[in-house]
Design a protein around this ligand. Structure first.
Ligand code: ASP
Length: 472
């Protein structure tokens, strides 16, 4: 049975079987040393002409070939130990060698951190790029972060529920990715910009505490660090106010960092809490709604979390000549009821505040959430204030308004992004370094070659005819 390289410790003089990739080769006179890499680390294999057949085969080995070996775990001769390797005091003189697959020479080095290689090239052969120790560490630590979140929330009575990817357009403010329906000619699903409406409907359904490691899709123009799809820790809770939601996130994130990244210095307020700062104060003091409040911005291990609260409810959208929700239209404005809402909105829409909170880390917005409107009358009023005609409201949000007529609990939630958080924890410069198969800035997958044309027959089935774009 194959064991991992790191598990040879304590097995001196035992015969073991190992399998993995050839990570390096050194020839010293007649002796061939091969570093064998598996998911547990690296171990040194030794081949000598004493076993001529095995030795001759070892002579053909090249980088990244996949091999299986058997041999007795042995102590390295004195002076030959490598203190930097956990297995550095041992080696395996090989008795049996099997070449499982050969490999071409990789197009770039994979034993470096990869920062010297062009990103396009790395993405084109991402499966090789991911072999480098830095990327292995990023993916494994990302998983640890997600697992911690899952365990913590499960312990707290939350249920993970999957919501549809084929859904209806939601007003999260970005452009939707659309999927044409074959069975219903001329109609489209939208990929979720977030599971916002579904999670609220789960509150109507009585789940009370929901979470999901949710994929979100937003068709936005290229801007630095964005990806067409990204991952959120999506949360919704019933019978809570905004402090309950922030308290939960605070406890989760502080425990997570202390457990998984004990070397990090977390900047807290004098009560040992994550500070909560009104939007207005953030704008006046820092000129930003996501201020970087670190003491020393050059210290990569300092984490300064912050909640920004009391955002304005509405902002003027000049292109569409209407008021729009700063977060999304389901967010509860800081008013008592519909009557007070209209009074305040007619007087000065810009000065109305919302029960919205953003979660900020080192100057990055890493999440946002709000307490939701659960009064269907107020929800309709907000849609109307945002310039929707009654028939549009019915068409776009009728299902929510109807659901809210059947006993809706007060509820609220938040959705911290996973990609950015892991990027900051790992001191990486962009989120592509912590995503297994990211897309380029202009939304291309260089490995699988997406997006790509489809056949005429596929289009026909989908009732789609491509238009010739007019030359400008
Ligand atoms: N759906 C929101 C977002 O993606 C988060 C929330 O309000 O819970 O930003």
């Amino acid at each position: 049975m194959r064991i991992l390289s790191k598990n040879i410790l304590g097995k001196e003089n035992e015969e073991v079987e190992l399998a993995g990739w050839v990570a390096g080769r050194r020839d010293h006179g007649k002796i061939i040393f091969i570093d064998l890499r598996d998911r547990g680390g690296v171990v040194q294999l030794v081949f000598t002409p004493k076993k001529q057949e095995v030795y001759d085969l070892a002579n053909t080995l090249r980088s990244e070939w996949v091999i299986r070996v058997r041999g007795k775990v042995s102590a390295r001769p004195g002076g030959m130990e490598n203190d930097e390797l956990p297995t550095g005091k041992l080696e395996i003189p090989v008795d049996h060698l099997e070449v499982i697959t050969k490999a071409k020479t990789p197009p770039f080095a994979i034993d470096t951190d990869g920062r010297e290689v062009s990103e396009d090239l790395r993405m084109t052969s991402r499966y090789l790029d991911l072999r480098r120790p830095r990327m292995q560490k990023n993916l494994r630590n990302r998983y640890k972060v997600i697992k911690f979140m899952r365990d913590y929330l499960t312990e707290g009575g939350f249920v993970e529920v999957e919501t549809p990817v084929l859904g209806k357009s939601t007003p999260e403010g970005a452009r939707d990715y659309l999927v044409p329906s074959r069975l219903h000619a001329g109609t489209f699903y939208a990929l979720p910009q977030s599971p916002q409406q579904y999670k609220q409907l789960l509150m109507v359904a009585g789940l009370e505490r929901y979470f999901q490691i949710a994929r979100c899709f937003r068709d936005e123009d290229t801007r630095g660090d964005r990806q067409p799809e990204f991952t959120q820790l999506d949360i919704e809770m019933s019978f809570v106010d905004q402090n309950d939601v922030m308290d939960l996130i605070e406890d989760l994130y502080l425990k997570l960092v202390k457990e998984l990244y004990p070397e990090k210095k977390i900047r807290l307020d004098k009560n040992g809490r994550i500070p909560r700062m009104p939007y207005k104060e953030a704008m006046v003091k820092y000129g930003s709604d996501k201020p970087d409040v670190r003491d020393n911005k050059n210290d990569p291990d300092e984490l300064a979390f912050l909640f920004v609260v009391d955002f304005p409810a509405f902002e003027w959208k000049e292109t569409e000549k209407r008021w729009d929700a700063v977060h999304h239209p389901f967010t509860q404005p800081q008013v008592k009821d519909t009557e007070e809402f209209w009074k305040a909105f007619k007087k000065d829409p810009a000065s109305m505040l919302a029960k919205q909170y953003d979660f900020v880390l080192n100057g990055y917005e890493i999440g946002g959430g709000s307490i939701r409107i659960h009064d269907p009358e107020l929800l309709s009023a907000v849609f109307e204030a945002m310039g929707n005609k009654p028939e549009d409201i019915k068409e776009k949000f009728g299902h929510m308004l109807t659901a809210f007529e059947y006993g809706v609990p007060p509820h609220g939630g938040i959705a911290p992004g996973i990609d950015r958080f892991v990027m900051l924890l790992e001191n990486e410069p962009n989120i592509r370094e912590v995503i297994a198969f990211p897309k380029t800035g202009d939304g291309r997958d260089l490995l699988m070659h997406a997006p790509s044309p489809v056949t005429e027959a596929q289009l026909k089935e989908l009732h789609i005819k491509l238009r010739e774009e007019k030359q400008k």
